[in-house]
Design a protein around this ligand. Structure first.
Ligand code: ADP
Ligand code: ASP
Ligand code: MG
Length: 416
């Protein structure tokens, strides 16, 4: 007997039929003698629907109230799943995050989990019950409901698995594993049997939304074996087949795919670029520009400062598109009041494409192959950033899919 945490995403919970299938799958695992905690997401489209209702009332609603609202999506899911498990003869009990409790900080909309109390859950499990806990949410020390950011149920699941010392955390979703790139963009993307934790972290941080980045961080910090697999298969398929399906995140130092230099291509559509023109080239200027941006809790990604001509330079950085307006507002104020720059230019039609792989470390020429491939497609590179295991470029959004497809092919990542 072992303890497993199952996470089911929005599509997997998308209708009562799908929820009944989830119940059959969970019941099968329980019948095999395992203890099961399930962490479901809201039904697909529900979180967007709820947030949309608030925005019908005002454009920028209070974030505390948005969390209160969005959290109800997962609350519906857990109750429906408990009912579906009762319907197949299982004892099951559902909890909202605050009832466990899952304690978080108070950063509404992007809260971080601080602790998980497992006493109640263990008692239920020991009494033979299946426990269902809402994904995506917790409670701060003042008792406010908080949410963990979009896609946050992955993080809830891995955090619960880590807190309870589960044998494995299984992330059931609408694809059957982690692919070399998003299979919705490249139809012959190849499924990876394993992916190193480092590569998964990089892929997630560079935009591969199959796992929320914080869930990968939790998996790494607690060495929690985590598997991504499909919920759309036959729920009654043999357990021994299901347990080795999908993609396992491994904690090996190097990729198990011996010859592979590149693991995959990640992309992020929602980027924005801000350039401050005619910045005086003097010590402290980068801090003066980016300090106020950081103070406004906005994450900056790529940064370039050009060579100065006549003591003036241009300074460019990227933020996620959702933060573009706020960043421009912050800069307008600081650039005018004390930086003394010429003007600010913005571009919200840019995307980032990255090649990722731990094997890159020992291979030269990856960057040149990437740049050659893009040039052959006539795609202009606006910004570049590199680390030991990735190269990212910022390009016009209209070439994003073309870039992903041609790089996927150029690096030989397609299915055999
Ligand atoms: P869930 O609702 O189950 O959390 P998500 O939509 O958040 O599902 O994540 C699954 C989706 O991630 C897939 O449908 C796929 O389009 C996308 N995706 C992006 N990059 C990858 C990748 N490298 N491998 C697999 N799926 C990916
Ligand atoms: N329901 C939340 C969202 O749509 C959390 C999740 O699905 O992981 O972002
Ligand atoms: Mg998700």
């Amino acid at each position: 007997m072992a303890l497993f945490v199952h996470k089911y995403g929005g599509t997997s919970m998308g209708s009562t039929e799908r929820i009944k299938n989830v119940a059959l799958r969970v019941a099968k695992w329980h019948d095999a003698g395992h203890q099961i905690v399930v962490v479901p997401s809201a039904m697909s489209g529900e979180t967007n629907r709820l947030l949309g209702l608030a925005r019908e009332i005002m454009p920028q609603p209070d974030q505390r109230e948005l969390d209160m609202l969005a959290a109800t999506g997962e609350q519906t899911s857990v109750a429906l799943l408990a009912i579906a498990l009762h319907a197949v003869g299982k004892e099951a009990v559902s909890y909202a995050g605050w009832q466990v409790p899952i304690l978080t900080d108070s950063a509404f909309g992007k809260a971080r989990i601080q602790s998980i109390d497992d006493v109640k859950v263990r008692k239920d499990l020991d009494a033979g019950k299946i426990v269902i806990i809402t994904g995506f949410q917790g409670m701060d020390e003042d008792g406010n409901i908080t949410t963990l950011g979009r896609g946050g149920s992955d993080t809830s699941a891995v955090a619960v698995a880590a807190a309870m010392g589960a044998a494995e955390c299984l992330i059931y979703t609408d694809v059957d594993g982690v692919y070399t790139t998003d299979p919705r963009v490249v139809s012959d993307a190849r499924r990876l049997k394993t992916v190193t934790f480092e590569e998964m972290l990089e892929m997630a941080s560079l935009g591969s939304k199959v796992l929320q980045i914080r869930s990968v961080e939790f998996a790494g910090n607690y060495k929690m074996p985590t598997r991504v697999l499909s919920s759309l298969t036959d729920p009654l398929m043999p357990l021994e087949v299901e347990t080795v399906s999908g993609t396992l995140i491994s904690f090996e130092k190097e990729s198990s795919m011996e010859q592979a230099t590149i693991t995959g291509i990640a992309f992020s559509r929602d980027e924005a670029k801000i350039t401050i023109l005619g910045v005086p080239d003097r010590p402290g200027i980068a801090y003066q520009i980016l300090g106020p941006v950081a103070d406004a809790n906005i994450e900056v990604d790529m940064i370039i400062q050009n060579q100065s001509v006549d003591g003036k330079t241009d300074f460019t950085f990227t933020v996620s598109r959702a933060d573009y307006l706020k960043s421009s507002q912050v800069l307008e104020a600081s650039v005018k009041s004390h930086i003394g720059a010429g003007s600010i230019a913005g571009d919200t039609k840019v995307s980032k494409v990255s090649v990722v792989g731990v094997g890159m470390r020992s291979h030269v020429g990856i960057a040149s192959q990437m740049f050659r491939t893009l040039s052959e497609e006539g795609i202009n590179i606006q910004m570049i950033s590199t680390s030991e295991i990735k190269i990212s470029v910022l390009i016009d959004e209209k070439y994003m899919e073309l870039a992903v497809r041609s790089l996927h092919k150029a690096f030989g990542l397609e299915n055999d």
